[in-house]
Design a protein around this ligand. Structure first.
Ligand SMILES: Cc1cc2nc3c(=O)[nH]c(=O)nc-3n(C[C@H](O)[C@H](O)[C@H](O)COP(=O)(O)OP(=O)(O)OC[C@H]3O[C@@H](n4cnc5c(N)ncnc54)[C@H](O)[C@@H]3O)c2cc1C
Length: 457
């Protein structure tokens, strides 16, 4: 079967753009999580929507699974081809189609990486705001509805996509949305596709909203004695109606990791913040209020107006945190929790997760996009200790249970993938899950699009 698929793919994309070499399959059989590796049969690199369409038509006719692939930086097994088949690597579809400068918009192919896109946009004084820690592709960010440090001000990927071109499971190509900021014409297929993890269709083009690069900005580093104190200050800042462009909580253990490679911060629970504005005076007024709120929550060191160089280093450290953590314990498996709650419940969920480290005897650290109510913990257990690994699952179960009790979600940004499927009915209820299944059935009746993700189908 593999040989048949391979020659069919080569006839579509050309001899050198399809492969079943072992090294290629291994690279596309895993993401950045600890989920089990599954190899695809064939990896293919199309260069146009027409080629994607032909690949999907072949897969539909032969009942072969298809999984999209951007950078493979998912954290929940989202891009692992659990049923084998074809992985479509969008690396050759990485062009900027058009910059709509006057409208602050850009149309791109899905394989472009957001950092490369933002570099190209700098000359227009514009940027795409969602910024996950890894250098992800736009297609992968759309499929996972990725967020980042700037989501608290500028929104998640979902808030910054206007229109899509999508190849459906039957090979039909549709356009969704338009370039108008306001859209009210019928069902919102754009937002149905965003966050669907490639289970409903493959994105081949996207029009994105951009923002002007801020004229003035100021970074803040606020240090606290305890994680609950820092979490209280988060609610204080957001609850006061302040509008930070980033508000991250990083516990002392996570700061220690950042310091190993990039920063030199006091190893205490810390809030990393940034404020953007059209005038320095308005930012300074905001900073005074932030200082008062932090002081009220027991802040022990408050540094505002951090210069550009230091600010860049702090965010470099924050963005590198995930990769540093994964590299420090190569002999351990890890699990990343990704719950998110309404901001008023943030202090409670952060304190709860923080206590669980001791209660369950788990090694790990807590950080996350606090301004969005998003808490990550990265927890570790030795690969050869199944009992300790089971405790990681218990930790996640408890945190998710608590987040759902607090009207939150099991995943704020990483998606359901493989690891969060068990929480879906609890979070949404049978009725909503059954409706999701009907949508899936309508758009992908034979279940070829990234099977085994979000729910079993
Ligand atoms: C160190 C580190 C830090 C991270 N920090 C964050 C963070 O702060 N916030 C955050 O949200 N995430 C974060 N992530 C997770 C990850 O970067 C995001 O989920 C990102 O969106 C994945 O993009 P990707 O290009 O790697 O996609 P992939 O992992 O390749 O694929 C992701 C999903 O998209 C599907 N897909 C890919 N291309 C297409 C397409 N064209 N059409 C349809 N489906 C497609 C895949 O099948 C899969 O389901 C982090 C990951 C790492 C390793």
């Amino acid at each position: 079967m593999t040989q048949e698929i391979l020659s069919a793919m080569k006839s579509i994309v050309g001899e050198e753009h399809a492969s079943s070499a072992e090294s290629v399959l291994k690279l596309h059989g895993k993401d950045q999580s600890s989920h089990r590796v599954h190899l695809p049969d064939v990896v293919v690199w199309p260069d146009s929507t027409d080629q994607v369409k032909a690949i999907v038509k072949y897969a539909a006719a032969h009942g072969v699974a298809i999984t999209g692939w951007g950078a493979g930086s998912s954290l929940e097994g989202n891009s692992i081809p659990v049923k084998g088949g074809i992985v479509i690597n969008f690396g050759r579809m990485n062009q900027i189609v058009q910059v709509h400068e006057a409208d602050f918009q850009i149309t791109v192919q899905p394989g472009i990486f957001y950092k490369d896109m933002n570099k190209a946009l700098a000359k227009y004084g514009l940027f795409f705001a969602p910024d996950p820690g890894a250098n992800a592709s736009i297609g992968g960010m759309i499929a996972n509805n990725a967020s980042g440090t700037r989501t608290v001000k500028y929104g998640a990927t979902r808030d910054n996509v206007l229109a899509l071109e999508v190849v459906l499971a039957n090979g039909e190509v549709i356009r969704t949305g338009s370039r108008s900021i306001k859209q009210s014409a019928g069902y919102d297929l754009t937002h149905l596709m965003i966050g669907s993890e490639g289970t409903l269709g493959l994105v081949t083009k996207a029009t994105l909203r951009l923002h002007p690069l801020p004229e003035h900005f100021s970074a803040v580093v606020a240090t606290f004695e305890s994680t609950p104190d820092a979490a209280n200050a988060v609610f204080g800042v957001i609850g006061s109606g302040l509008n930070p462009a980033a508000l991250e909580l990083v516990d002392s253990e996570a700061i220690r990791f950042m310091n190993m490679r990039v920063t030199n911060l006091p190893e205490k629970p810390t809030l990393l913040m940034e404020f953007h504005g059209a005038a320095a005076a308005s930012i300074n007024a905001e900073l005074e209020l932030v200082r008062e709120i932090c002081d009220d929550s027991g802040c022990i060191r408050f540094e505002a107006g951090v210069g550009r160089e230091e600010r860049d280093r702090i965010w470099e450290g924050r963005h590198a945190l995930g990769e540093i953590l994964f590299s420090v314990y190569p002999d351990q498996t890890y699990l990343i929790t990704d719950v998110s709650v309404p901001i008023s419940a943030y202090p409670e969920i952060a304190a709860y997760a923080n206590e669980l480290f001791d209660q369950l005897g788990v090694n790990g650290s807590l950080f996350g996009h606090a301004g969005d109510g998003n808490v990550h913990t990265v927890i570790f257990a030795p690969k050869d200790d199944p009992e300790k690994q089971a405790v990681l699952q218990t930790f996640n179960d408890y945190v998710v249970q608590k987040a759902i009790e607090l009207d939150g979600t099991c995943t704020g940004e990483h998606g359901v993938g493989i690891g969060k499927q068990k929480y879906m009915v609890h979070e949404h209820g049978e009725g909503a899950i059954s409706t999701m299944r009907q949508v899936k059935h309508l758009l992908d009746p034979t279940g070829i699009m990234n099977p085994g993700k979000i729910f079993d189908f």
